[in-house]
Design a protein around this ligand. Structure first.
Ligand SMILES: Cc1cc2nc3c(=O)[nH]c(=O)nc-3n(C[C@H](O)[C@H](O)[C@H](O)COP(=O)(O)O)c2cc1C
Length: 333
């Protein structure tokens, strides 16, 4: 894919990891970037919590490593422009976090706990508020004399009859949003049914006249589906979510396939186990061992899916609390 600019940031090979709560850990994001992802945003973090509780409680979810990741993005959710202003001020004055390349705003999360506070997907039903949030973020960043772009990740609509929300996309662009990424499902669909490239294209067309990149997301599982979403929507970049869980190699494959090169084979059993350990060891650098292993239990089934004896390995791994036990079960020295 052609490189694009998000604000002042050059994005080569605009194929990114889509943020996923519970999966977008720092080590996983670093691995995905090594495999070819242009950048990998953190999972969603509450702007309100940062405003009222400070950074410590949320730091675990928005840990970034600018040197290793190269381009970094922190995703915030909320419904009050003032919460975003305060959260951005805190982030941009905290060591390391202040080096973040991009602030991304979640306007697509369908989870009731988030939606009922007017955040995530609920913002699609309130374009004025959504635009006010983007403007507030841009204004705060300008006040701090910084040049951090503000992006939005959203969906094709809220209700099942929505087939794209062109006016919503325009409102975001008018407010100064530096990139829009659209997942081709409505809020009501959550993660069910098919992602609609047609509806994504409606939003893409709405903002074609604005000089900002547009990313598409939803159901990209291989080179073929990546090519299709690009052709169907005319997007400038793509984000890959679920298909990357336990499979960071997808970035290598999609990058090769889209560049017309031979698609590398997926790695063998041992390499998959080693990658799994790498993700766990990465977590051990900043989490207590029992927490790191416990959190890791939800990630690990994706790495071992389809391997010989995976069902038994999974049962055993789900009951261990120490990294050495994980290694022993996997048969790694
Ligand atoms: C477990 C899980 C957690 C997610 N967490 C987030 C999140 O924190 N922020 C966000 O913008 N999207 C989140 N998403 C949505 C994904 O980023 C993506 O938009 C969606 O899964 C569709 O893309 P895919 O078909 O490639 O998975 C999450 C999805 C899943 C499955």
């Amino acid at each position: 894919m052609k490189s694009v600019k998000i604000g002042n940031i050059n994005i080569e090979n605009p194929i990114c990891l889509s943020p996923m709560a519970g999966f977008s850990s720092l080590p996983f994001r670093i691995i995905c970037n090594e495999m070819g992802a242009a950048y990998s945003p953190t999972e969603l973090v509450s702007a309100r919590s940062i405003r009222y509780n400070g950074i410590d409680k949320s730091l675990r979810y928005m840990r970034i490593a600018p040197e290793e990741e190269k381009i970094t993005a922190i995703q915030l959710f909320g419904s009050e422009p003032e919460d975003f202003e305060a959260a951005i001020e805190t982030i941009l004055s905290t060591p390391v976090l202040k080096e973040v390349s991009i602030i991304d705003i979640n306007m697509g999360c369908p989870v009731p706990k988030v939606v009922k506070t007017g955040s995530g997907s609920a913002l699609m039903e309130d374009p004025k508020r959504a635009a006010a949030i983007v403007s507030a973020c841009k204004k705060k960043i300008a006040e701090l004399c910084l040049n951090v772009p503000v992006t939005v990740k959203t969906r094709i609509g809220y209700n099942s009859e929505d087939k794209g929300k062109p006016e919503f996309a325009k409102a975001l662009a008018d407010a100064g949003c530096d990139m829009i990424c659209v997942h081709g499902r409505t809020r009501i669909q959550m993660y069910h049914g098919e992602s609609s490239n047609e509806a994504i294209a409606v939003m893409r067309e709405a903002v074609r006249g604005y000089n900002i990149p547009f990313f598409a997301n939803g159901d990209i599982t291989d080179v073929k589906s990546a090519k299709k979403i690009i052709e169907d929507t005319g997007c400038d970049g793509i984000m890959i979510g679920r298909a990357a869980r336990g499979n960071p190699w997808i970035f290598e494959q999609v990058t090769a396939g889209l560049s017309g090169r031979d698609i590398p084979d997926l790695p063998g059993v041992q390499d998959r186990k080693l990658m799994l350990m790498r993700e766990l060891e990465g977590r051990l650098k900043y989490l207590p061992e029992d927490v790191a292993v416990r959190e890791f239990r939800s990630v690990m089934p994706f790495y071992i899916k389809g391997l010989p004896g995976s069902a038994q390995i999974k049962v055993k791994l789900c009951s261990c609390n120490k990294a050495d036990e994980v290694k022993e079960i996997l048969g790694i020295d």
